[in-house]
Design a binder for this molecule. Structure first.
Ligand code: IMP
Ligand code: MG
Length: 175
């Protein structure tokens, strides 16, 4: 068990399960994008660990860039998305793969997709380590999903509670 700021979290997805699934996603993306040179765009801060492991399993010549948006304060979505760091990379006519830690309501991803589309890429797909189907309210397509999970708060493997817990090797769920 892990305790952060008085909240208790219990193990939910093991390191082994995470790495196994991340490697499968990498292989699938490698096959689907064969012969192309995609740009992977990691969404900070949460996706840093997932992108790091995922990219090692992608056997293509890829570029890696980042964007930062914010919608969550503590344990809930504020309903408003803010851009904290825009995309510097020119992605016109490129195949873009957005890499996210978790799609919850989908509000952040809907916002990110709009920003990316403005830059006229050739294609856009989303890979998210986690997806909470019961919380999803936006009409977005997440092509590659690591795990579908219940609508409960999780931390670890990049995901935080009030800034803490990102360095945990496993995913934990609020007790
Ligand atoms: P959405 O806009 O509601 O889909 O929320 C997306 C963002 O909120 C994610 O990129 C995370 O940064 C954060 N988030 C959503 N659910 C959780 C959670 O269970 N734990 C930690 N962060 C979360
Ligand atoms: Mg995030």
């Amino acid at each position: 068990m892990v305790q952060i700021k008085g909240k208790q979290f219990i193990p939910f997805i093991s390191e082994k399960e995470l790495l196994q699934r991340v490697s499968e996603l990498g292989q699938q993306i490698t096959a689907d994008y064969k012969g192309t040179s995609p740009v992977m765009i990691g969404i900070l801060n949460g996706a840093f660990m997932f992108l790091s492991d995922l990219s090692k399993h992608i056997d293509l010549s890829v570029e890696i860039s980042f964007m930062k948006v914010s919608s969550y304060v503590s344990m809930s979505s504020t309903g408003k998305v803010r851009s904290l760091l825009g995309l510097e990379k020119d992605i016109m006519d490129r195949d873009v793969i957005i890499v996210e830690d978790i799609v919850d309501t989908g509000l952040s991803m809907a916002y990110i997709l709009e920003r990316i589309k403005e830059k006229k890429p050739h294609s856009i797909q989303v890979v998210s380590l986690l997806l909470k189907p019961d919380a999803l309210s936006e009409n977005i397509t997440v092509k590659y999903i690591g795990f579908k999970i219940p609508d409960k708060f999780v931390i670890g493997y990049g995901l935080d509670y009030d800034g803490y817990g990102r360095n945990l090797k496993e995913v934990y769920q609020l007790k």
